[in-house]
Design a protein around this ligand. Structure first.
Ligand SMILES: *[C@@H]1O[C@H](CO)[C@@H](O)[C@H](O)[C@H]1NC(C)=O
Ligand SMILES: *[C@@H]1O[C@H](CO)[C@@H](O)[C@H](O)[C@H]1NC(C)=O
Ligand SMILES: *[C@@H]1O[C@H](CO)[C@@H](O)[C@H](O)[C@H]1NC(C)=O
Ligand SMILES: *[C@@H]1O[C@H](CO)[C@@H](O)[C@H](O)[C@H]1NC(C)=O
Ligand SMILES: *[C@@H]1O[C@H](CO)[C@@H](O)[C@H](O)[C@H]1NC(C)=O
Ligand SMILES: *[C@@H]1O[C@H](CO)[C@@H](O)[C@H](O)[C@H]1NC(C)=O
Ligand SMILES: *[C@@H]1O[C@H](CO)[C@@H](O)[C@H](O)[C@H]1NC(C)=O
Length: 389
């Protein structure tokens, strides 16, 4: 396991521009320059979602599937940085926080955290649909903390106005609200073996989108005016689903085509929702990040982005298993996963543990979308945004 040490520096130059540059010992891991013109940005970041955005709630629930994130090899590509994240380093929302000049968002379940610059409500395993509905469909979510529950957490927190560690009244209005959810609704339905991808497409996508819409309406009614929606990844490219449906038909990238069609349709429905919301709430700003398309772009040209392996798991069961993945040998510190089965260089892998991505992949997606404006609608959503601290 090659451990690279990364340090980031943020420096103003010409008085108007900010550069964030991250280096590793022995070479530049990434040099993400975000030189931008000065303009007001967001004083707070509120994040709703699942393990792709969870900065510590899953670990704090005590669920043994999630507490593994507070142990190596999780977080080990960027020592010294906070972990309790499903990655070897930082998440897309961490790069976003840095880009808009805020500290990483603190997990809601840490009651003593400083929430003045926002809150992270995302919980690993979270679904958009509520647990009672999923149970009625004989699906067992990994957590009951669905999107509605996260929204209700926000309303509870917002009512605690007197606490000095809480966001200010104006931050609730001018903060950025990120919603990244839906992947677990589809994964849990597919891995129940009760529903086909086409059934899930027809029957679940509208329910997931309705929950995202309802969440938006509740947040809007509570003052929120700036929204960023992050779609689901091409789930047919995840090592865990590839290893589960070994014989499924593949697309040109080697991903499961019917599951990718499902993910594509989620992106389409979510982008339509965003268009509807724009027409309805004309005093609010809605941004859509097409994670599906950005991901396909990167794996379709992986070597250009520095990846030599797009489908296998870095931290998993090792090369003896298809896609280096086995559910019983899921990446963890337990003796069931020998550290010798780790891939030699996580920076060359897209997939970290079968379901989640490497720090490097997250940084590439960030740079392409939020920083670069590709697969982002509107493309310049963050281009004039100056760090507020
Ligand atoms: C970030 O994107 C720019 C183009 O927008 C590219 O030139 C640069 O190499 C990218 N950096 C990383 C670390 O991917
Ligand atoms: C993970 O949660 C435990 C409590 O269950 C806490 O003591 C620990 O600090 C957390 N780890 C991280 C990295 O946040
Ligand atoms: C909770 O927040 C406090 C105050 O910032 C911090 O010292 C502590 O490490 C945090 N704990 C976890 C588990 O994140
Ligand atoms: C679950 O969501 C459905 C809508 O999908 C709603 O009708 C129902 O009241 C919700 N149940 C709970 C317990 O929140
Ligand atoms: C809308 O969201 C609120 C707040 O989370 C929740 O209580 C309510 O059940 C949701 N309604 C539907 C129909 O999903
Ligand atoms: C914040 O808003 C609440 C109610 O919405 C109000 O009671 C409180 O006085 C406000 N605080 C400040 C500092 O304006
Ligand atoms: C891959 O990158 C090369 C070099 O930049 C470019 O010419 C080509 O069009 C790209 N292919 C795709 C599928 O993006």
């Amino acid at each position: 396991m090659k451990v690279s040490v990364m340090a980031c520096e943020k420096r103003p130059y010409l008085g108007l521009l900010i550069a964030i540059t991250c280096y590793t010992i022995g070479g530049i891991l990434e040099q993400i320059n975000v030189g931008v013109m000065a303009a007001p940005c967001y004083p707070a970041l509120f994040v709703f979602g699942d393990s792709l955005s969870d900065t510590g709630n899953g670990n704090l629930t005590g669920n043994v599937f999630f507490t593994r994130t507070s142990q190596r090899p999780y977080g080990e590509t960027v020592p010294g940085y906070p972990f309790a994240r499903f990655s070897d380093g930082l998440l897309l929302v961490d790069f976003l926080a840095t880009r808009i000049g805020l500290p990483f968002s603190k997990p809601y379940l840490n009651a003593s955290a400083d929430f003045r610059t926002g809150v992270n409500y995302a919980v690993s395993g979270a679904t958009a649909q509520n647990a009672s509905y999923l149970h009625s469909k004989l699906i067992t979510p990994l957590t009951e903390i669905s999107l509605d529950v996260q929204i209700n957490w926000h309303l509870t927190l917002k009512s605690m106005t007197q606490d000095p560690n809480m966001p200010s009244n104006s931050s609730y209005k001018t903060g950025l609200y990120v919603v990244e959810i839906g992947g677990n609704d589809y994964i849990s339905a597919l891995t129940s073996f009760l529903y086909t991808p086409s059934y899930v497409t027809t029957n679940f996508i509208p329910l997931v989108i309705a929950k995202i819409k309802n969440a938006t309406e509740v947040l809007y009614a509570n003052g929120a005016r700036n929204f960023l929606y992050i779609g689901v990844t091409p789930l047919g490219c995840s090592s865990s689903l590839l290893a589960t449906f070994l014989l499924g038909p593949k697309d040109s990238n080697g991903c499961l085509s019917d599951i990718n069609t499902l993910s594509y349709n989620h992106a389409l429905s979510l982008s339509r929702l965003v268009n509807q919301l724009r027409l309805h709430y004309t005093d609010a700003k809605f941004t859509f990040l097409d994670y599906y398309a950005a991901y396909k772009k990167v794996i379709g040209n992986s070597s250009k982005y520095g990846f030599s392996n797009t489908l296998e798991t870095c931290c998993g069961a090792g090369p003896a298993f298809p896609y280096r993945y086995n559910q019983a040998l899921f990446c963890s510190t337990l003796s069931s996963t020998l550290l010798s089965t780790l891939c030699p260089n996580p920076n060359a892998f897209v997939n970290w543990d079968g379901l989640h991505f490497t720090h490097k992949f997250n940084s590439v997606i960030f740079n392409l979308t939020i920083n670069g404006g590709s697969y982002l609608n509107p493309p310049k959503a963050f281009s004039t945004c100056m760090p507020s601290m």
